[in-house]
Write a protein that binds this ligand. Sequence first.
Ligand SMILES: O=C(O)/C=C/C(=O)CC(=O)CC(=O)O
Ligand SMILES: [Ca+2]
Ligand SMILES: [Mg+2]
Length: 420
Amino acid sequence: MVLTSFVEVQPDSHFPIQNLPYGVFKPEPGSEPRPGVAIGDYVLDLSVIASAGLFDGPFLKNSDCFNQLNLNKFVGLGRPAWKEARVTLQKLLSATEPTLRDNPSLRQKALVSMVKVQMLLPVVIGDYTDFFASMHHAKNCGLIFRGPENPVNPNWFHIPIAYHGRASSIVISGTDIIRPRGQGHPTGNSPPYFGPSRKLDFEMEMAAVVGAGNELGKPVDVNEAADHIFGLVLMNDWSARDIQAWEYVPLGPFLGKSFGTTISPWIVTLDALEPFASDAPKKNPPPLPYLAEKISKNYDISLQVFVKPAGQEDTCIVTRSNFMHLYWTITQQLAHHTINGCNLRPGDLLGTGTISGPEPESYGCLLELTWNGQKPLSLGGSTRKFLEDGDEVIFTGCCKGDGYLVGFGTCSGKILPSPP
Ligand SMILES: O=C(O)/C=C/C(=O)CC(=O)CC(=O)O
Ligand SMILES: [Ca+2]
Ligand SMILES: [Mg+2]
């Protein structure tokens, strides 16, 4: 029988009792941020549940991790505490459990209507790294930026490639993005231009939120890496392709990426995603032993990107992809990140890289979808090579269970013009 909650959950909701993703919210504009979990159209206030003494297991009983302004302390406690919280909350919210169901005053304090709350970044992100783990994306970018000779660099099949991103400009879904200015790639013999980016793009990604960290000098074994990942969010790695193409040789992305990165507010835990695990693609050549995992898995998360063009009422779908298309898994990414002794800390964010599938309809950014502007997309009444001021980009992702969904909600942002 499918587990159900006493809180009414619509069949198309991303947040049934099987999900219970974590976020940080303000119930009212003036109130303090606090951790919560999403259930149907409500947010369960975990500070209220903790104060009522309802986290009574060994890891959470005497912890103040839910009386914090962010989730760093909770995610840093590690998997045993996450499991305990999930069991406690699933029981508390289930249709057959009277504790909260039959206590109207506690229910009124603890369950806040989702439309009324303001969502904030769920964790303080100390460091952010962005991988490059979809082979289809790597190949398409290679063809566009470097030509058909060697589109995928030979190192790519041996090493999960990444660059260090900028944590300070990571923003929560719904935050406007200001078109960056910078030096643009010259054409032919012309000098570089300076001004508002002419090739502003989105990148459809997901990101792993690091839970328990590792000590400096102590790499994480790939087979234990999942214990260091609390969960996943949707992520838009906004990219200015003209700035990027000119600046990235030889040190990689810099100002073409660091002006803004958007994440969705709800962290869906690996425990909630487990029923949707799928085999990761076979690696050829086989990876080095430190990256060879006993169980190599992805998750079947279908991903969609919509654009609402400036001035238009209608939102148009521009891509359909799936998390399953990643070549390097998130556990291989995490193990690789620490193999030199680098320490990860609770709340660090590891972007997967753009998740492109094999078909053109599943490409994860406009660079690929329009082939660097050569094949404009038609969007209702208008066409786009890249994003224009006023365009809004909306990502969504979800897993289809038997009679329920486990979803991520949305990750959106609107482009504002560059400053004059
Ligand atoms: O191939 C390149 O030169 C650049 C590719 C990207 O911009 C991708 C990047 O940010 C990593 C990713 O999203 O996969
Ligand atoms: Ca990226
Ligand atoms: Mg970015």
